[in-house]
Design a protein around this ligand. Structure first.
Ligand SMILES: Nc1ncnc2c1ncn2[C@@H]1O[C@H](COP(=O)(O)OP(=O)(O)OP(=O)(O)O)[C@@H](O)[C@H]1O
Ligand SMILES: [Mg+2]
Length: 243
């Protein structure tokens, strides 16, 4: 295959194969065991075993209501499971302080960018300030990530005046600036038009690869999910297919 050529389409599939990643020798960053969430007597998530290794991007696809966002919230320690456990770097956070410490290693990007009124710089810097980074480090790191997401000329613009695509770039800059141990992305491009989402998916993939960031990416578009992820699992009725 010539350099830069697109990978061949999956046989019988509707897009490229995910990018393979050698898993051996990479420690697991997230390990879920016997993970179950029941609400009002209904099982929403039932995942016996799931691992994400260092540097791996796990894609999760599935129909509306499959439990993808709920699984993400469980892995991100934002929701307590009814049963089972989530380990981060081999440790199971138990106390509230341990959960908070583990959550400080994570970043999330949602369909809605959840920016506060203020400039792009203010929003990216705020994420770092909230994590207690010294001001000198904030001043060096925030502009780097704003630049890297192509927002250099917009750094002083109020986020209220940004397009949806620019706002999502700001949310990605804020998340990557944190240098998270794990990045969770829940349909980050769902509200964008197709040329914008294709461009952003390509940039996201390149940044994930360059930084070696461990990530979980939930999406609906199979081509986009495969492009960003090393491995893709299908979810339906709260279960991963094949479980
Ligand atoms: N707090 C809650 N109480 C009761 N049921 C809930 C709650 N949160 C989610 N659910 C239910 O859990 C199921 C899975 O929801 P979830 O949002 O995880 O699905 P999803 O796969 O992310 O869907 P979508 O593709 O639409 O985002 C849905 O049936 C939803 O109604
Ligand atoms: Mg969802």
């Amino acid at each position: 295959m010539p350099p830069g050529a697109a990978p061949p389409a999956a046989p019988g599939g509707d897009g490229p194969e995910p990018r393979p990643l050698p898993r051996s020798g990479r420690p697991p960053v997230i390990q879920a065991r016997g993970l179950r969430l029941a609400l009002d007597g209904r099982t929403i998530v039932d995942v016996p075993e799931l691992e994400v290794r260092q540097g791996e991007v796990l894609g999760i696809m599935g129909p509306n209501g499959a439990g993808k966002s709920t699984l993400l919230r469980l892995l991100a320690l934002l929701q307590r499971p009814t049963a089972g456990e989530v380990r981060i770097d081999g440790r199971r956070p138990r106390t509230r302080a341990e959960v908070l410490a583990a959550r400080r290693l994570m970043a999330m990007v949602f369909q809605e960018p959840l920016l506060l009124s203020g400039t792009v710089y203010f929003n990216v810097a705020l994420g770092l300030r909230l994590r207690g980074l010294p001001e000198a480090a904030v001043r060096s790191r925030a502009p780097d990530w704003i630049e890297r997401l192509g927002l250099g000329p917009l750094a002083r613009r109020n986020v209220r005046t940004l397009s949806a695509g620019e706002a999502q770039r700001a949310a990605l800059a804020r998340a990557f600036a944190l240098q998270p141990r794990v990045l969770f992305l829940d349909e980050p491009f769902a509200a964008l038009d197709s040329p914008t989402r294709a461009a952003l998916a390509g940039e996201l993939q390149a940044i994930l690869a360059a930084t070696g960031t461990t990530a979980v990416f939930v999406g609906h578009d199979p081509v986009e999910v495969r492009r960003v992820s090393h491995r893709v699992v299908e979810m339906e009725g709260g279960r991963l297919r094949g479980d």
